[in-house]
Design a binder for this molecule. Structure first.
Ligand code: SAM
Length: 222
């Protein structure tokens, strides 16, 4: 039986996780669809999504609610954004940023069926370039494989994250330093985040076995 998960807007059958499909009958990533009691659910694979992996690893408060505005940095083709799109629903909005034209084509295609996704071809290193295109966000979600991941995250949270909002940072250790042990890199990122006194880390998860050498930080802005 598919029933509500402890995480808001997520569902579970005690083994897999799902969201309620905003576009019934349509799946964009060959994900399985299940009809139950007049609703349609999309299966969310934690091996393809760091946010899915964080849920599978036990994160309960992602800070994502129906109707939220989400700034998503590093959308790629839109796999995880599509599930956030289900979570925030028709009343919500996702500004989805990626500087790679090849993946942006897929995101634009996705946004044609999911109007709550606004694709932006932009580099998260340069928020000044999209400052006039987006509004304050309830959630900043970042998944960019860059050496200066924490700097990009802090910069965007400082400008776009509302007070009381949540910042989620997926960290890929090998993009920061291949020579260091992932846990050492994660500790350094934690120290960087702690320097920002407006953010409080409320959750930290290693994402193994779903994502090797990755972790997720969830922060709340005071
Ligand atoms: C691991 S993929 C993201 C996967 C996606 N978040 C998901 O779960 O479906 C990382 C993405 O970050 C993007 N990226 C890299 N540097 C970036 C930057 N400076 N600003 C925004 N996106 C960036 C890459 O183009 C790539 O598409």
């Amino acid at each position: 039986m598919i029933q509500p998960h402890k995480v808001f807007e997520v569902f579970t059958d005690d083994r897999k996780i799902f969201t309620k499909n905003l576009t019934p009958g349509q799946s964009f990533f060959q994900e399985n669809l299940y009809r139950r009691g007049g609703e349609e659910f999309r299966e969310w694979n934690p091996e393809r999504s760091k946010l899915g992996a964080a849920i599978a690893r036990g994160s309960l408060n992602l800070g994502i609610r129906k109707g939220n505005v989400v700034l998503y940095l590093g959308t790629a083709h839109g796999y995880t954004p599509s599930f956030i799109s289900d979570m925030v629903g028709k009343e919500g909005l996702i500004f989805g940023l990626d500087p790679a034209p090849r993946v942006m084509r897929d995101l634009i295609h996705l946004s044609q069926s999911r109007p709550n996704i606004v694709p932006l071809l932009a580099d998260a290193n340069h928020p000044e370039e999209y400052l006039d295109k987006i509004c304050l966000a309830d959630v900043v979600y970042q998944d960019v494989a860059q050496r200066n991941q924490s700097e990009i995250f802090l910069k965007n949270c400082a400008i776009f994250l509302k007070k009381g909002g949540y910042g989620l940072l997926a960290v890929k250790a090998r993009s920061i330093d291949v020579r260091k042990k992932p846990k050492v890199v994660f500790e350094e990122v934690k120290k960087e985040l702690e320097k920002d006194k407006s953010l409080k880390i409320i959750d930290y998860r290693l994402l193994e076995p779903y994502e090797k050498d990755h972790c997720m930080f969830i922060c709340k802005k005071d």
